[in-house]
Design a protein. Structure first.
Length: 57
């Protein structure tokens, strides 16, 4: 059985969903929280830009 992490890394999310289609309902708040955390971690790895000087024109 493929884990969610493996499916994301290998680009096989559709296969993961098919494997788990018949799984019992889960807690949607926990799922939303986990997804939001993953997105924020990915965004925090983005390079930071320097602030622009308002007097430059």
């Amino acid at each position: 059985m493929t884990t969610l992490k493996e499916a994301l890394e290998k680009g096989k999310l559709k296969d993961f969903i098919k494997e788990h289609d018949k799984d019992p309902e889960g807690d949607l708040k926990k799922v939303d929280s986990a997804i939001s955390e993953m997105v924020s971690q990915k965004n925090s790895k983005a390079p930071q830009t320097s602030p622009q000087d308002k007097n430059e024109n």
